[in-house]
Ligand binder design. Structure first.
Ligand SMILES: CC(=O)N[C@H]1[C@@H](OP(=O)(O)OP(=O)(O)OC[C@H]2O[C@@H](n3ccc(=O)[nH]c3=O)[C@H](O)[C@@H]2O)O[C@H](CO)[C@@H](O)[C@@H]1O
Ligand SMILES: C=C(OP(=O)(O)O)C(=O)O
Length: 418
């Protein structure tokens, strides 16, 4: 298994290009299998989760042709299998989108339970409730879900809880249902909007994505489309925090600054200087930073997927910071690893109280999941001495060319492949 050796205390300076969004790519790719024609998807991130989704499409009998590093042509016009019960599906979270997409196209789907980062329970009951509301019979059995219907009929669906996955999955299924579906209390994340935009380009009729009420008028069929994935809000945020934690000066390029509002507000509160361009943000951190409190929330709130990276930064800011994790029951497993680098953190349920320390000391740590791994890189970049980060496969799930991008900014990160 690969590990990263990080020599710390290097100030990051320069420019970094942000890749396409993982959580948009992994929804748009399954959506592409619903079309009767070819789609060309651009600005896809070159990451493990995307490879995994593409392998799934190929195993179903579809074609994924790489046009270049970030562009893939998807062709499922020949018809594909409706059963995705193989290993790839269990490796990642987003494989749940094959349920919605296959159910929409074939009115039947059999998909293995998804995997993804382990934050305690990650139920999919709201997805299944949505499919049932559209008229499907849904059965859960020995690690897979089976859903089928003679036809799907639009319905009014109120989400008990704001869920990105359930919102997108119901949107996929409703796109080819008869009549009108409304999803109330829908998730508003940028990747919900991106998926709706792509579906609309394929011929769907979806309105309101990005608000908490989405209205979908079912259509009979979808065509392929050419579409470019939005930039990754979380990768961008990770590099913004990297600039702050190293006292650096970094121009983060190819982003949508609006998507970064919750983070930029926090960084400004901490005394980081920011300059916003049309599609870039320059992050300058050349003065002592202040502690702040952070509460994670669904969009436009502070994203839970930036919580570990923010904790890494707050741990070396003078004073006491409090983080409240409102989305996941158990997203603090990585704190034990941060403590190995010197962090002083007290956890009480969903609340983490962090006492700032002057600096980290290099150590050997585990990337316990994707963003935990990112947090370890950030802490190691700021640490005295060398750190070893194990479990890099998690980081590769969601960060393209991670050591190359950091090293181009002046970091010293070496990958050891075994
Ligand atoms: C592939 C992908 O896009 N992953 C993201 C997606 O995960 P994912 O789609 O799994 O997360 P959700 O938005 O669905 O989960 C939000 C909350 O709703 C709860 N819930 C969700 C579904 C359900 O059927 N029942 C239920 O109770 C979850 O336990 C959680 O507390 O959104 C999360 C929250 O922004 C992010 O951390 C993940 O990076
Ligand atoms: C939690 C994440 O991903 P997933 O839902 O795919 O596990 C993430 O991207 O931080």
């Amino acid at each position: 298994m690969d590990k990263l050796l990080v020599k710390g205390r290097k100030r990051l300076v320069g420019e970094v290009m942000i890749s396409g969004a993982k959580n948009a790519a992994v929804a748009v790719l399954p959506a592409a299998i619903m079309a009767g024609g070819k789609s060309v998807l651009e600005n896809l991130p070159n990451i493990e989760d995307v490879s995994c989704i593409c392998h799934t499409i190929e195993k179903l009998g579809g074609r994924c042709v790489h046009k270049d590093k970030h562009t893939i042509e998807i062709d499922c016009s020949m018809g594909i299998d409706f059963k995705a019960t193989f290993e790839e599906v269990q490796k990642i979270r987003a494989s749940y989108y094959f349920l919605g997409a296959l159910l929409a196209r074939y009115k039947k789907a059999e998909v293995a339970m998804p995997g993804g980062c382990n934050f305690g329970k990650r139920p999919i009951d709201l997805h299944l409730k949505g499919f049932r509301a559209l008229g499907a019979t849904v059965e859960e059995e020995c690690g897979f879900v089976r859903a089928y219907a003679d036809k799907l009929v639009g319905a009014s669906i109120y989400m008990d809880q704001v869920s990105v996955g359930a919102t997108i999955n119901i949107m996929l299924a409703a796109t080819l249902a008869e009549g009108i579906t409304t999803i109330e209390n829908a998730a508003k994340e940028p990747h919900v909007v991106d998926t709706a935009n792509y579906l609309n380009m394929m011929g769907a009729n979806i309105k309101g994505a990005g608000t908490d009420v989405i209205r979908i008028k079912g259509v009979e069929k979808l065509n392929g489309a050419q579409y470019a994935i939005i930039p990754d809000q979380i990768e961008a945020g990770t590099y913004m925090i990297a600039a702050a934690i190293t006292g650096g000066d970094v121009l983060i390029k190819n982003i949508i600054p609006k998507h970064m509002d919750s983070l930029t507000a926090k960084l400004e509160e901490m005394n980081v200087k920011l300059e916003e361009g049309d599609d870039s943000i320059r992050v300058m951190a050349n003065q002592p930073l202040r502690s702040v409190n952070v509460k994670t929330m669904s969009y436009p709130g502070f994203p839970t997927d930036l919580q570990p990276q923010m904790a890494a930064l707050l741990s070396i800011c003078k004073g006491t910071s409090v983080i409240t994790e409102n989305v996941w029951d158990n997203r603090y497993q990585y704190m034990d690893e941060l403590r190995k680098l010197g962090a002083l953190v007290d956890i009480n349920g969903r609340i983490a109280t962090i006492e700032g320390i002057p600096h980290y000391q290099g150590a050997t740590v585990e990337a316990t999941d994707l963003r935990a791994g990112a947090a370890m890189i950030l802490a190691a970049l700021a640490a005295e001495g060398t750190s070893q980060i194990n479990g890099v496969r998690y980081i590769d799930r969601g960060y393209e060319d991670v050591e190359e991008k950091f090293n181009a900014l002046g970091a010293n990160i070496q990958r050891i492949s075994e």
